[in-house]
Design a protein around this ligand. Structure first.
Ligand SMILES: [Zn+2]
Ligand SMILES: [Zn+2]
Length: 263
């Protein structure tokens, strides 16, 4: 048995065209016991002014239709794009469904998406990074309805494009604060292989070592697949890193309950 991917987008997300059934069959072929997608909920997206809101009722129906008796058990997940000003609306959405897994993400500030370089140029690198981490710290401190903090280093590809010599460790104090809150609240930290693959490996290793040093033990490894070819992509590489640093298991979630997959 191998552990299923816990950050996956299908055509239920606005930025993916991938067929849900193809993912399911791949998970089955690889020997996963469970199958989950984490479709986007990002409201009032900066620069676009639109809502990305997956139709979870339809998703549940499709999951029910594609499941096979000898295949993985389907679970319901979500990637929740958090912003403080959207709290009430987000709360309403997550109360409508019985999610197995909630991945919490910081994607935009309300005026800029941290994925794009324009905002960094406009506000300056240091200021934007500070804004990003302060928003993340506020999120983990004040929002409790999540299991995993996704891609803590979401903006770093852009940061390195902006300044290839940027030192990840110069933000260590606020990153520490975020990790400490995660640890205190028993929330997991995601290693997002899509983001990590675009960054120097020292970034991921440094982050994991710091997390371990602070007492963290809850990790997920997820691909953030938007197409089939990336499902569980590069897991072996990151599993080896995680093991080498001394983590004993990876986490997964069923009805919000934490389970352990021993390495
Ligand atoms: Zn994301
Ligand atoms: Zn995602």
């Amino acid at each position: 048995m191998i552990l299923h991917d816990q950050h996956v987008h299908s055509l239920f997300s606005e930025d993916s065209e991938e067929d849900l059934k193809k993912y399911y069959l791949k998970a089955k072929k690889l020997g996963c016991q469970y199958f989950i997608t984490t479709e986007h909920v990002d409201l009032d997206i900066a620069g676009m002014g639109v809502d990305w809101l997956a139709d979870f009722n339809e998703l549940k129906e499709v999951l029910n239709n594609i499941k096979e008796s000898d295949g993985p058990i389907p679970l319901l997940g979500i990637e929740l794009g958090y912003r403080k000003d959207l709290k009430d609306k987000l709360l309403k959405i997550i109360k409508q469904h019985d999610f197995d897994l909630i991945n919490l993400s910081i994607h935009d500030s309300g005026t800029m998406d941290y994925y794009f370089i324009e905002g960094f140029k406009e506000k300056g690198l240091k200021n934007t990074i500070r804004l990003y981490y302060e928003q993340m710290l506020e999120a983990v401190e004040n929002w409790n309805d999540f299991n995993v903090l996704s891609h803590i280093n979401y903006g770093y590809k852009t940061i390195y494009n902006y300044d290839p010599l940027y030192d990840f460790f110069s933000d260590i104090e606020i990153i520490k604060k975020i990790l400490i809150v995660l640890i205190q609240k028993n929330k997991a930290l995601e290693i997002n292989t899509k983001v990590a693959d675009d960054l120097p490996i020292e970034n991921t290793i440094g982050l994991l070592e710091l997390y371990k040093e602070l007492g963290g033990s809850r990790i997920t490894i997820s691909s953030d697949a938007h197409e089939l070819s990336r499902y569980l992509e590069n897991f072996d590489k990151y599993v080896n890193i995680v093991k080498e640093i001394g983590f004993k298991y990876l986490c997964y979630f069923i009805k919000g309950e934490e389970k352990h997959f021993y390495l």
